[in-house]
Design a protein around this ligand. Structure first.
Ligand SMILES: [Cu+2]
Length: 160
């Protein structure tokens, strides 16, 4: 007996590659959404950025996040150490296949320095997410005021 997945693949190959996706489970695509930035209360301290990465069909690593309208972006992780919250830089983040990885308050986050004033007025910050498989995903983060929480609707940013 062949495993179900092998049978599926063989059948699909007989029918042609275009039918592969239709005949088997739909392919997952790597993408980013629910990105938002909470501005820091003053310009000397970094703002924080949050988002969710949805894993595709292969394991990848998120290598960095950049933006043409800020001075610098770092990836950080907050953790409890001896009852104190502290944070440290992280170089890359594993995005396992078909798995969601969320950057959220109290955990992984972006530290963003020097956000262009025009972006603050516009309320959007373009971010580019760079992955180990060569994918570059551009996504606009919603800019929130200091102290604000996550946007109420995940579709708020794209004008739906
Ligand atoms: Cu940090």
């Amino acid at each position: 007996m062949l495993p179900a997945s092998t049978k599926c693949l063989s059948a699909a190959l007989l029918l042609g590659l275009t039918l592969l996706l239709a005949a088997c489970a739909p392919a997952k695509v790597l993408y980013v959404d629910q990105a938002w930035v909470r501005l820091s209360a003053n310009d000397d301290t970094p703002s924080a950025g949050y988002f969710t990465v949805h894993g595709g069909e292969e394991d990848v690593r998120l290598l960095s996040v950049i933006s043409p309208v800020v001075l610098r972006v770092d990836m950080h992780e907050s953790m409890q150490k001896g009852g104190m919250m502290s944070m440290q830089p992280i170089n890359s983040v594993e995005i396992p296949a078909r798995t969601d990885v969320t950057f959220a308050p109290g955990g992984k986050h972006l530290m963003i320095w020097g956000i262009n004033a025009a972006m603050k007025q516009q309320g959007k910050l373009p971010l580019t997410f760079i992955f180990s498989n060569g994918d570059r995903i551009i996504y606009d983060a919603v800019i929130r005021k200091p102290g604000d929480g996550a946007p109420a609707s995940k579709d708020e940013h794209d004008g739906h």
